[in-house]
Design a protein around this ligand. Structure first.
Ligand SMILES: [Zn+2]
Length: 266
């Protein structure tokens, strides 16, 4: 884990090596195109307290949105101190390490694919091609890839959704300064100073795949800036509001236990 933390600390002004090492990140079986590990941290149920639900939270699906990675470190720092077993969290700070570690950072992965257009939907090829060609003018920053789940990073996330069966997915982006939501109602109206604005989904996006088709609520947090962090106060307010909304959303302990985080080769 030291090597991953050295990379994060060298890339992210807001995350120090000691802070990263103190988080307790775990190796997973996820690898990027360039072979970098996709690391995670699990906050499992605590004894004698069935969690109210499972929450999958990740940042950095777009590698040039640095704040979306840094803020996840800050929230893991909060959970490291206060995890009480209320929810079972699985947290992935940087889903697209290849894009993050490029300089300048790249929205896409090392194959030039926008991972947030690479998730399956009915008639994926025609739908994503049509959108990419006609609506974006073949913008390379929106390239959906050659096939649904052609990329190891999006494939790994889809596997996590299948294995972990989250009750809620939280995806962190920047810089549109809103909260977006896909899936069954009701969305949070406001997280910190970020207000709800329903942007709709794109063919191949996670919101359409998980929110619309699998009916898992997907909260998309769009921070104000991709390169500057929100104030400390705002970082905490977003977190507190998110947890408050999760409590309303998941009022009681449900469901079957999830499989644990798979280790490399396991
Ligand atoms: Zn983004």
């Amino acid at each position: 884990m030291r090597l991953s933390c050295e990379r994060f600390a060298a890339r992210l002004a807001s995350v120090s090596l000691d802070e990263c090492l103190g988080i307790g990140l775990q190796a997973t079986d996820g690898r990027s195109v360039a072979g970098l590990p996709i690391v995670a941290r699990e906050y499992p149920p605590v004894e004698a307290r069935p969690p109210r639900g499972r929450v999958l939270l990740f940042g950095g699906i777009h590698g040039d949105e640095l704040s979306s990675v840094s803020i996840v470190f800050k929230w893991m720092g909060i959970l490291n101190r206060f995890h009480s077993g209320l929810f079972h969290w699985r947290i992935v700070p940087a889903l697209n390490p290849d894009g993050l570690l490029q300089r300048p950072g790249s929205r896409m992965n090392a194959n030039g694919v926008d991972l947030n257009r690479n998730f399956p939907c009915p008639d994926w090829l025609a739908a994503t091609r049509d959108y990419w060609e006609r609506r974006t003018g073949k913008n390379p920053r929106r390239y959906p890839g050659p096939a649904a789940l052609s990329e190891p990073e999006s494939r790994w996330l889809a596997e996590q959704i299948e294995r972990f069966q989250p009750d809620v997915i939280v995806s962190v982006h920047a810089p549109h300064s809103v909260v977006d939501f896909d899936g069954p109602p009701h969305p949070p109206r406001k997280l910190g100073s970020l207000e709800l604005k329903l942007l709709g989904t794109y063919p191949g996006s996670l919101g359409r795949y998980a929110g619309f088709f699998q009916e898992i609520p997907v909260v998309t947090i769009e921070l104000e800036s991709a390169t500057s962090m929100p104030s400390l106060r705002e970082q905490k307010r977003i977190w507190i509001d998110l947890v408050r909304w999760l409590k309303e959303r998941l009022p009681e302990a449900p469901s079957s236990p999830a499989q644990t985080l798979a280790a490399p080769g396991g």
